[in-house]
Design a protein around this ligand. Structure first.
Ligand SMILES: *Cc1c(COP(=O)(O)O)cnc(C)c1O
Length: 354
């Protein structure tokens, strides 16, 4: 608290990101980062970028990166918006497209940044309860709204929604913008990018942080109708002309182009997710069906916070949310196979000893 703060700052409830420990000898399964390094081609492109050129500003429009994303999805560059991580893309989206008189709708259990942006931009919102199986029922969104947003697959549950349902939802809400946050789509979900040429009220956000192992580079993007993109550009150009720096642009372009490496890494993570799910079930855990690079899991007789504390004592960090409905769940990022094995061993020890 400070007398010098602007009035609105007193009311903010900032997002709390997962811990980034300062020590390196931990098995870090708490923030859904990719356990594999970025594409060697992305690293080479960043290293090849001429450091002397850093005295110059980057391209304010990131045209080359937009072109590479447009090519990837067979779209036009005017259908692509890029930002400093998809968190920034989402922030601009809330301000540019989701602030209306009617409430913005999103699930009660979802990415916890959404209510934070609503607080920052003074957006009226209403949460819609997930079903008992933590699914999104699109009929529950059939009510007056100023926009709809959710991740697909949802976070922190990992549960996916069929593209057919998303299409129906977009059709049923033709006068508001539907934003699908596809941070985890590459791990097995069906992307709504296939629908953007059909529906002018659909915006799809993605990130290079998870499936392309570039959380540290900070690159995210959105695709949608050129009018939606133009609204985002207006906000972006009222905020920061240069969200994508020169190194980030080169790394991101090379990462988007390396399909072989991308396919191989996603495949390894999906295989490990299946392995970990089956191992957890053998230990008596309930595991929600996941289409993401994490699992959301609960033990019927062991307290989630205690399990998390034990794992921490064994140098393994997972994520626990002290939130209604999910306080007994742990969100565990899929690590490398050897990390999954060590996690299962630690859980076995814990269940034996207690
Ligand atoms: C990780 C994540 C993001 C943000 O990713 P960036 O690193 O900012 O690109 C956005 N939405 C969801 C649901 C996420 O889990």
């Amino acid at each position: 608290m400070s007398q010098f703060w602007s009035e609105s700052v007193h009311q903010l409830e900032p997002y709390v990101p997962g811990e980034q420990p300062k020590v390196t000898n931990l098995i870090k399964l708490n923030t859904n980062e990719n356990p594999y390094p970025p594409s060697a081609k992305a690293i080479a492109a960043i290293q090849a970028a001429n450091a002397d050129s850093l005295r110059l500003y980057p391209d304010p429009n990131s045209d080359a990166l937009k072109q590479s994303i447009a090519n990837y999805y067979a779209l036009e560059t005017k259908q692509v918006f890029v930002g400093n991580g998809s968190d920034e893309v989402l922030a601009h989206t809330f301000q540019a497209l989701l602030k209306h008189d009617a409430p913005l709708l999103f699930p009660d259990i979802t990415y916890s940044f959404y209510p934070v942006y609503c607080g920052l931009y003074d957006i009226h919102y209403k949460t819609i309860a997930l079903t008992d199986t933590f699914a999104i029922n699109i009929n529950d969104y059939q009510q007056p709204n100023g926009g709809i947003i959710f991740p697909n697959p949802n976070a922190p549950t990992g549960v996916g929604l069929d593209l057919k349902d998303i299409e129906t939802l977009i059709q049923n809400n033709a006068s508001s913008v539907v934003v699908i946050d596809e941070a985890y789509i590459d791990f097995g979900g069906e992307s709504a990018v296939a629908l953007v040429n059909q529906f002018p009220n659909l915006l799809v956000c993605q990130t290079l942080s998870k499936s392309r192992s570039l959380a540290g580079l900070r690159v995210g993007f959105a695709v949608g109708h050129p009018d939606l993109i133009a609204g985002l550009e207006r906000v972006k150009n009222s905020f920061n002309s240069y969200p994508i720096d020169r190194l980030a642009e080169q790394g991101a372009i090379a990462a988007m182009a390396d399909q072989t490496y991308f396919d191989a890494t996603c495949h390894k993570i999906i295989t490990s997710r299946d392995f970990l799910t089956q191992q957890l079930k053998q230990l008596g855990f309930k595991v929600l069906p996941s289409q993401a690079n994490f699992v959301f899991t609960q033990h019927p007789t062991h307290d989630a916070e205690k399990i998390s504390a034990y794992l921490r004592s064994q140098a393994i960090i997972v994520r626990h949310f002290k939130q209604e409905r999910i306080a007994q769940y742990l969100r565990i990022t899929i690590g490398r196979h050897d990390e999954c094995v060590l996690l299962v061993q630690a859980l076995k020890e814990y269940l034996k000893g207690s």
